[in-house]
Design a protein around this ligand. Structure first.
Ligand code: PLP
Length: 282
């Protein structure tokens, strides 16, 4: 934080920081698996893309950020970690309401890798509820900016808990499936994959699924998914840095793939984790 390495308990930001007050910040999360970053370049591209679109300035170049992230992991002592880099608008020394007056801040941290889904959920598959909540701005302003705006996703999550599900999918402005709290979604139908195209964060794990599909000759496209289609899919899975590829075996009251983890999902999950030992994917 601001050029210093600190224990988490000593890292503090001002309540006047626009990241806190207005969600005026961007961030990215990358993971380290057995001492090796996974697809770090793609995460840095997305991070710098967001910083540029928000007209912020990170006080370090890309190479320095890589070395800061590596230092954070080394100092944390974790072999497998979840590493977050953040740029906030910061605050203005004169309390100005002009974002150009704010001093942007860069913060990074490393915490132990903890998957979104536990081992049992990965074996059994997740129960997901479709919430009526619509994924709205700021994500629709520029979905490529990874941001902390999660009010819609958290509302979706509570809808899901109320219905006994483990997590939620929310909708885009046309009522199609969008994404969930921290993940993208794929359906498999007749051997082909589809993931929503619009109004969603272009996830790096989502992109990785496209790369894996290209490698093994599966067709994958980004296009709308209607609510009825997802329930009639052969297989459904969700994707995120924090959990990789995670199977879904129930949506609302509909069993997916007879309530079992499907074979395409299983194949992609295996391949995804095998790529973590391949230096070409670090
Ligand atoms: N969608 C949203 C809203 C997210 O916050 C995230 C990750 O945090 C994702 C999708 C998945 O993106 P990635 O695969 O890059 O982790």
């Amino acid at each position: 934080m601001d050029g210093q390495y600190l224990p988490m308990s000593e890292a503090k930001i001002s309540v006047l920081d626009w990241g806190f007050l207005h969600s005026d910040a961007t961030y990215d999360t990358v993971h380290v698996w057995n001492g090796r970053f996974f697809r770090l370049d793609l995460h840095l591209d997305r991070f710098f893309g967001g910083v540029e679109r928000l007209r912020m300035k990170v006080p370090y170049d890309r190479e320095t950020i890589v070395s800061i992230l590596k230092d954070c992991v080394a100092l944390s002592g974790h072999r497998s970690a979840y590493v977050e880099m953040i740029c906030t608008r910061g605050s203005s020394p004169t309390f100005s309401r002009d974002p150009r007056q704010a001093e942007n801040r860069f913060i990074a941290f490393a915490i132990p890798f903890g998957s979104v889904a536990n081992k049992e959920q990965l074996e059994k598959g997740l129960h997901v509820a479709i919430s009526e909540t619509v994924r709205i701005p700021p994500n629709s302003v520029d979905p490529a900016i990874k941001n902390y705006h999660w009010l819609d996703l958290v509302k979706g999550l509570f809808d899901a808990y109320d219905r006994g599900a483990e997590t939620a999918l929310i909708l885009d402005t046309n009522g199609h499936i969008a994404e969930g709290p921290g993940f993208n979604v794929f359906v498999v139908k007749d051997g082909s994959l589809r993931t929503p195209a619009f109004g969603v964060l272009p996830g790096i794990t989502r992109r990785t699924v496209f790369d894996l599909c290209a490698e093994i000759g599966l067709s994958a496209t980004a296009a709308d998914i209607a609510r009825a289609e997802i329930k009639a899919a052969d297989e459904v899975f969700i994707t995120s840095t924090a959990g990789g590829i995670m199977p879904v075996t129930r949506i609302d009251d509909a069993a997916i793939s007879n309530g079992q983890v499907g074979s395409v999902t299983r194949r992609l999950m295996d391949l995804y984790w095998r790529k973590h030992d391949d230096p070409a994917w670090s």
